[in-house]
Design a protein around this ligand. Structure first.
Ligand SMILES: Cc1cc2nc3c(=O)[nH]c(=O)nc-3n(C[C@H](O)[C@H](O)[C@H](O)COP(=O)(O)OP(=O)(O)OC[C@H]3O[C@@H](n4cnc5c(N)ncnc54)[C@H](O)[C@@H]3O)c2cc1C
Length: 633
C-alpha cells in the first residue's frame, strides 16, 4: 500500500560528480576524509524503507509481506543448519578455544566438511549457494555457542574474499578465488592501519604501478584471520587523480596471495575477548601483485570496501541475536531456579524487568535482521545501507544491554568464569566469556558512532539532493539560485504534509493490533521528518557538528524501524501457526519499551545540555579539570 502523503519525486540535480555538501569551512583533514567517502558512496534512485521513514513517507510495502526463503533452498538449508548445530554442540568446545586462543584443526576440518566456509558462495563456484537469510541464521547459531568460531567464519566470508569478489569481481576473479575461499582457504580484509581507523581516507599503504603489476608497501593493523590467511583483501593508496586541478586520493583494493614474497605477519594481537581471533599486523614490503587482482577497478577501492561492509555488516547483528537468545535462555533458567527471599529471583520485579527487556529485544532484533536479509535475497543490489546500519548499530548495542542485564540476573555467578564455576560443581553458564567476546561488536565493522553518522548522512540525502546546492557556498551563485527555487517548490508541497494528523495506515491482512502499531509508526515518521527538517533550518550546514542531536534522530528512526519490523515479523509468525497471543505480547511489550525511548529522544532534541557538555569535554581535553583526577595512583 501507498502512503496517503505521497511526495512528488524531487527533480534530480545535475550529477556533475561534485559533492552537494558544503566543505568550505572544514579543515584539510576533514575535507579530505569527506571527499573520499562521499566519492565512494553508493547511489540509488529507489529510496529504501528507512530512507522514506526519515522523509515522513510511509512505505511498509518495501518490507511487507515477509516471505520464506526459496522452497528449493529450504530443505537443504534446514539440514545444513541442523548439522551445523550438532557439530557445534558436539565438537566445538567454546571454553577450550577461549582458554587456549586456538581453533583446533579438527574443528576447522569439520567446518570445511560442512561447507561452512562458503555458505553464500554460489554452488557453481564450489559453495553452498545459500541466501543471506540462511547465512545470517548460521551466524546466529555459531555466535550463540562460540564467539571465536563465529568471528573466524564471518570475517572469512562477510568481509574476506567472498563478499567483495561476489559484488565486484570479474568472472575470471570469481573462477580463480571463490572455489578456494569456499573450500576453506582462509581470507582476511585489511583496511585498518595505525593512523586509519574510522577515517579510511588516510590510508598510507601504497600500491605503485609497475608494468602489468603493482608494488605494495605498508603495514596493516588488526587484520582478523590475517595471521593464518591464504588470501588477503588489501586497501591501498594508488596514484592520485586530478579533480578540479587538485590531486584527489585514490584507494584501490587488491586480492593479495599471502604467500607472496614480502608479505610478513609481524605481530599477533591479543584482545579482551575473542582470544582465538587470528588477528595481527601484516607488513607488505615490495609485494608484487598483478593488475588482474584489482577488485572493482582502480580508484574504486573505498567503494568496494564500503559496499562489502554494507552487506557483510549483517553478520554482526546476526551474532548479536545469537547472544541475546542465549542470554534469554540463561536468564529464563536462572530466573526460575535461583531462590532468594523465598521466591525464584525472576519473580522479584527488579529482576523480572531485566528478563522482560532481554525477551522483547531478542525478538525485535531477529525481526529487524530477518526483514533486512529478505530484502537482499529479493534483490542482491537492493539499497539496504540504512537498514543494515540500523541492524548493526542497534543490534550490537541491544545485545550488550541484554548481556549486562543477564550479568546482573546471574549475580556473582555472572562474574565468575566457567572453569571456576565447573570446579565448584555449578552450572558453567559462560556469561563472563560472552561479555568479553561481544564488547568489540560495537567497535569493529563500523563503530556505533560512525553508524549513527552514516544513518544520518543517508537520512539527509533526499534533503541534500533538493537543497544541498542552494546552501553550498562553494557552488556558483547561478546554480544556487536555480536550486533554491526548485527547493522552495519541493518544500511548499512536502512540509505541510508532515503535519497531517493521522497515522500511516497498515498493509491489508495484518492482525488489528499489529495494524494499529504500524499505523502509529507511519504517523511518527512524519514527526521525525519534520523534526529533522526543523533542525536543518535551525543549524544549517553546522548540523553536521551536532552529533549528539543527530544521534537522537538516528535512534528514533531505528526504534521506529524496529517496531515496524517487529509487527511484520510477528504477522509472519502468526501466519505460520504461532498462537497470536504469544506473539502479540512480545510485540506490545517491545513497542512499549521502544516508545519510552522515542519519547525521551524527541524531548531531548529541544531540551538538552549538549553544547554545555561539549564545552566541558573540550575543557577536560585541554587539561582545565585535571584537578578532578587527583587522588589516584
Ligand atoms: C578485534 C578487532 C578486529 C578487527 N578486525 C579488523 C579487520 O579484520 N580488518 C580491518 O581492516 N580492521 C579491523 N579492525 C579495526 C576496526 O575496524 C577499527 O577498530 C574500527 O574501524 C575503529 O577504528 P579505531 O579503533 O582506530 O578507532 P578510531 O577511529 O580511532 O576512533 C576512536 C573513537 O572515536 C570515534 N570516532 C572516530 N571518528 C569519529 C567521527 N568522525 N565522529 C564521531 N566519532 C568518531 C570512534 O567511534 C571511536 O569511538 C578490528 C579491530 C578489532 C579491535
Amino acid at each position: 500500500m501507498s502512503s496517503p502523503v505521497e511526495t512528488p519525486p524531487a527533480k534530480k540535480p545535475a550529477d556533475d560528480g561534485k559533492s552537494v555538501i558544503d566543505m568550505s569551512k572544514m579543515n584539510e583533514g576533514q575535507r579530505a576524509a569527506l571527499q573520499v567517502t562521499e566519492a565512494a558512496r553508493e547511489s540509488h534512485d529507489d529510496i529504501s524503507f528507512g530512507g522514506n521513514l526519515f522523509m515522513g513517507r510511509w512505505k511498509p510495502e518495501k518490507l511487507y509481506p515477509l516471505t520464506d526463503i526459496d522452497p528449493e533452498e529450504k530443505p537443504r538449508a534446514d539440514k545444513f543448519l541442523a548439522d551445523l548445530a550438532t557439530f557445534l554442540r558436539e565438537k566445538v568446545d567454546a571454553d577450550l578455544i577461549d582458554r587456549t586462543g586456538e581453533i583446533p584443526e579438527e574443528v576447522q576440518a569439520g567446518f570445511r566438511r560442512l561447507g561452512a566456509y562458503g555458505i553464500k558462495v554460489p554452488q557453481k563456484y564450489g559453495g553452498l549457494g545459500f541466501s543471506q537469510t540462511t547465512y545470517c541464521r548460521a551466524c546466529l547459531l555459531m555466535a550463540s555457542h562460540c564467539g571465536n568460531t563465529f568471528a573466524h567464519l564471518s570475517v572469512h566470508q562477510s568481509i574476506g574474499v567472498a563478499q567483495p569478489i561476489l559484488l565486484f569481481g570479474t568472472e575470471e576473479q570469481k573462477t580463480k578465488f571463490l572455489p578456494r575461499s569456499a573450500a576453506g582457504e582462509l581470507a582476511a580484509f585489511a583496511l585498518t592501519e595505525k593512523g586509519v581507523g574510522s577515517d579510511p581516507a588516510r590510508v598510507t599503504t601504497e600500491a605503485k604501478p609497475d608494468g602489468d603489476d603493482f608494488i605494495l608497501n605498508g603495514e596493516k593493523l588488526w587484520c582478523s584471520n590475517g595471521t593464518r590467511a591464504g588470501l588477503l583483501i588489501v586497501a591501498c593508496k594508488t596514484p592520485p587523480k586530478l579533480v578540479d586541478g587538485k590531486p584527489r586520493t585514490q584507494i584501490t583494493t587488491f586480492v593479495v596471495e599471502a604467500k607472496s614474497p614480502g608479505v610478513e605477519v609481524v605481530h599477533r594481537s591479543r584482545f579482551m575477548g575473542l582470544h582465538a581471533l587470528y588477528n595481527g599486523v601484516i607488513r607488505f614490503t615490495n609485494v608484487r601483485v598483478p593488475r588482474a587482482n584489482v577488485i572493482g577497478g582502480e580508484g574504486r577501492g573505498l567503494k568496494v570496501a564500503l559496499s562489502t561492509l554494507n552487506s557483510g555488516r549483517l553478520s554482526i547483528p546476526a551474532s548479536s541475536i545469537g547472544v541475546a537468545k542465549r542470554s534469554l535462555q540463561i536468564a529464563r533458567e536462572w530466573g526460575k531456579e535461583r531462590i532468594q527471599w523465598g521466591v525464584p529471583v525472576g519473580q522479584h520485579a527488579a529482576v523480572a524487568e531485566k528478563i522482560r527487556r532481554i525477551a522483547a529485544h531478542a525478538f525485535a532484533m531477529e525481526a529487524m535482521l530477518i526483514t533486512t536479509s529478505r530484502l537482499v535475497d529479493r534483490d542482491k543490489k537492493a539499497d539496504i545501507r540504512l537498514e543494515a546500519s540500523m541492524c548493526k548499530m542497534w543490534g550490537t548495542e541491544k545485545a550488550w544491554m541484554c548481556l549486562d542485564e543477564l550479568m546482573q540476573v546471574r549475580g556473582g555467578r555472572g562474574y565468575e568464569n566457567v572453569e571456576s564455576l565447573k570446579a565448584r560443581g555449578e552450572k558453567p553458564y559462560p556469561v563472563e566469556r560472552m561479555m568479553r567476546d561481544n564488547r568489540v561488536s560495537m567497535i569493529f565493522e563500523g563503530s556505533s558512532e560512525i553508524m549513527r553518522l552514516f544513518i544520518m548522512r543517508e537520512a539527509l540525502d533526499p534533503h541534500l539532493k533538493v537543497a544541498g546546492i542552494a546552501l553550498n557556498s562553494e557552488r556558483p551563485w547561478g546554480e544556487r539560485i536555480k536550486s533554491a527555487f526548485a527547493a522552495a517548490g519541493f518544500y511548499a508541497w512536502w512540509y505541510p504534509r508532515q503535519w497531517l494528523p493521522f497515522g500511516g495506515g497498515a498493509p491489508a491482512g495484518m492482525h488489528p493490533r499489529l495494524a494499529d502499531h504500524m499505523d502509529g509508526v507511519g504517523g511518527l515518521s512524519r514527526r521525525l521528518a519534520r523534526t529533522l527538517f526543523h533542525q536543518m533550518v535551525k543549524f544549517g550546514p553546522k548540523l553536521e557538528k551536532r552529533q549528539v542531536l543527530l544521534g537522537r534522530l538516528a535512534d528514533i528512526g531505528t526504534d521506529l524501524f524496529a517496531i515496524a519490523a517487529s509487527c511484520i515479523f510477528a504477522q509472519k509468525q502468526i501466519n505460520d501457526g504461532q498462537p497470536a497471543d504469544r506473539v502479540l505480547v512480545l510485540v506490545d511489550d517491545f513497542r512499549a519499551q521502544a516508545m519510552l525511548r522515542i519519547d525521551q529522544n524527541f524531548r531531548g532534541i529541544g531540551n538538552n545540555a549538549d553544547q554545555h557538555g561539549y564545552d566541558l569535554a573540550q575543557q577536560v581535553i585541554n587539561g582545565d579539570h585535571q584537578w578532578v583526577e587527583q587522588g589516584i595512583v
